[in-house]
Write a protein that binds this ligand. Structure first.
Ligand SMILES: [Cu+2]
Length: 190
């Protein structure tokens, strides 16, 4: 018999075991809560997906359809709408240099060929994720001319920190003078 038990004090070993058991239950409860949240959100999203989901076949992305290489870059539609189409891949954007007009709404349409990427244009609100098999789109207006950096902001692998493109915002007249119907503009040096 130990001297502590003989003196009527609680057995420190038994106290430690009881405390460990309590903490084990706390950890089990936290894990159960997280798993329950995952199950709930999974079922919730599959039952009520977001309203605008646009998909694209990632296996034929380079071969046909909207995101073939010759269709990437900035285009001006017959209605005057400016659209930028781009793809992200480990570890670059295509095109690497995007040209847009200032003060005119520009619609971005992008997707990824391999894993989840994303981009933000300088300090503007142009910011999206690019997810394989889905088309991300948003419309924004760049208020003033200048050059902006466009880094990938979703960690996508070992080359992530070197993944970025440039966005050249030109005065609207200068941009429109360059844009020809049916052509895709970019500022990638040829
Ligand atoms: Cu990336």
């Amino acid at each position: 018999m130990s001297t502590a038990a003989a003196a009527g004090e609680p057995d420190s070993h038994a106290t430690a075991i009881a405390a460990e058991r309590r903490w084990a239950w706390v950890v089990i409860a936290i894990m159960a809560l997280l798993v329950a949240m995952m199950i709930f959100t999974g079922l919730h999203w599959s039952a009520m997906p977001p309203s605008r989901v646009e998909t694209v076949d990632v296996k034929t992305l380079h071969l046909k359809g909207e995101f073939v290489e010759s269709n990437l870059g900035t285009s001006v539609g017959a209605d005057g709408k400016v659209t930028v189409r781009l793809i992200a891949q480990q570890y670059s954007f295509q095109p690497q240099c995007i040209v847009v007009p200032a003060g005119v709404p520009v619609t971005f349409r992008g997707t990824s060929t391999d894993t989840i990427h994303g981009f933000v244009v300088g300090r503007t609100n142009a910011n999206t994720m690019l997810i394989p098999a889905f088309v991300s789109t948003f419309t924004t207006t760049f208020p003033k001319p200048g050059e902006q950096l466009m880094p990938c902001h979703e960690y996508c692998g070992t080359g992530h920190e070197a993944m970025w493109a440039r966005v050249q915002v030109l005065p609207a007249e200068e941009f429109m003078a360059k844009a020809k119907p049916g052509e895709r503009l970019s500022c990638v040096p040829r």
